[in-house]
Design a protein around this ligand. Sequence first.
Ligand SMILES: *[C@@H]1O[C@H](CO)[C@@H](O)[C@H](O)[C@H]1NC(C)=O
Ligand SMILES: *[C@@H]1O[C@H](CO)[C@@H](O)[C@H](O)[C@H]1NC(C)=O
Ligand SMILES: *[C@@H]1O[C@H](CO)[C@@H](O)[C@H](O)[C@H]1NC(C)=O
Ligand SMILES: *[C@@H]1O[C@H](CO)[C@@H](O)[C@H](O)[C@H]1NC(C)=O
Ligand SMILES: *[C@@H]1O[C@H](CO)[C@@H](O)[C@H](O)[C@H]1NC(C)=O
Length: 416
Amino acid sequence: MHHNTFSYAFVALVAASLGTATPVEKPSVVKPFKINLSSEVPRMLKLIKENKLPDKPEYPGVGSSFGIDLDVLKDLKKQWLDDFDWKKEQDAINKFKHFTTKIEGLDIHFIHEKSADPDAIPLLLLHGWPGSFLEFVPIIKPLTAKNATSSTNKPVSFHVVVPSLPGFAFSSAPPANWTNEDTASVFNTLMTSVLGYKTYATHGTDWGSDIAYSLYGSFNSTVRASHFAFIPFFPLTPDQLAAENISLDTDLEKFEEGRFVEWSLTGNGYFVEQTTKPNTIGLALYDNPVGQLAWIGEKIIDWSDPRAGSSPSVLDHTELLTGVSLYYLTKSFVSSAFIYAQNQNGFRAQYTKATTDAPLLFSAFKYNVGFWPPAKVAEVGNLVKYQNHDFGGHFPGLDNPSALLEDLREIATYWA
Ligand SMILES: *[C@@H]1O[C@H](CO)[C@@H](O)[C@H](O)[C@H]1NC(C)=O
Ligand SMILES: *[C@@H]1O[C@H](CO)[C@@H](O)[C@H](O)[C@H]1NC(C)=O
Ligand SMILES: *[C@@H]1O[C@H](CO)[C@@H](O)[C@H](O)[C@H]1NC(C)=O
Ligand SMILES: *[C@@H]1O[C@H](CO)[C@@H](O)[C@H](O)[C@H]1NC(C)=O
Ligand SMILES: *[C@@H]1O[C@H](CO)[C@@H](O)[C@H](O)[C@H]1NC(C)=O
């Protein structure tokens, strides 16, 4: 362990001293990390077992229109107890190379998988809520492998870095006054002075898109391409689109706009709660795994393609339970909900163009909960490629990994 630690610290030190004439910063020590939450599992299982749900729904026949369906919750709970093995999931997750380092006082956990290809593009993948680094598991290894862009047949591979956002999973909870801009600065430090990459590309979704957007505009000499599956600007209502003379041309676009309308009318209660009173919901569910399953599970189900779990989606119920277990076992429910309160203007009403000439690529997925037509995405950056997929939703790394993989490879077409 000490030897690995030393060599990384040494690399960071050399990179820092070569890169600048100003006094050398104290290098961040990078430590290899293995997940072992086994000691927390018995209590989780005990609480799940002791939890009582009603025998019958109080209001039958409403399905999931007023929140998670009781039968769905019961099925998930049963699977969690009878047919879910945290140890097995943990072993699979531990096959990746995990590390931690300290930056600006925070412990930052990340996966770092390097390509064998020396020309690989460094790529930072940024998740959101209620996701985690697990959202990208299916695409990490394929991204490191040498392949080709589908549009130009250009060779492409990536060095992949997947951090846990501060307050999520194994990254420490930041102070109350922390913002996504602060996280962007920490991640730029991670990519440059800690890992030694001079330039890199990013992908962001959900809150990760706010961090990625901040990186895109504020670190324009190091972030040289950005792919988004979501942008940190409120989508327009149909009336607002009409007022701007933006017409939706396809059934797919009309459907996607409808998904946003539905989210804004009946799907954003969690957003208001977590923005205004995150401690109330946070503490209510802190030691309540089935409560977290209902709160998080409802969103994972509603925000993803209903064909979830059927190819190309790998977002089945085991994946959902792994995600919720990670929140419960790492005790990060409160701090992850807090990101909404910490970033009250994270999703902006006013569209602004980032000060960068770096290419921006965007992918829309049918069942996502926000929709931005190309004209709106073009207002926030140097849009070079816009793709729309009729399969997948808010977690494309899980519910359409092959499309996300292919779209990310397109970065190579524009990488200089
Ligand atoms: C995980 O931690 C437990 C103690 O909490 C220990 O018994 C076990 O050996 C550890 N497993 C691994 C794979 O390190
Ligand atoms: C390139 O990627 C595609 C789709 O991800 C895969 O089917 C194919 O095997 C890959 N080719 C190589 C040479 O790895
Ligand atoms: C934010 O909070 C931390 C500790 O909670 C404090 O040390 C720091 O000075 C605060 N920063 C700002 C900009 O207020
Ligand atoms: C929309 O189109 C109408 C009619 O062509 C025009 O008068 C108006 O200025 C346009 N609005 C915008 C925001 O472009
Ligand atoms: C980076 O941003 C600054 C303003 O913040 C701008 O002056 C500069 O031209 C930008 N550089 C690139 C390469 O876009």
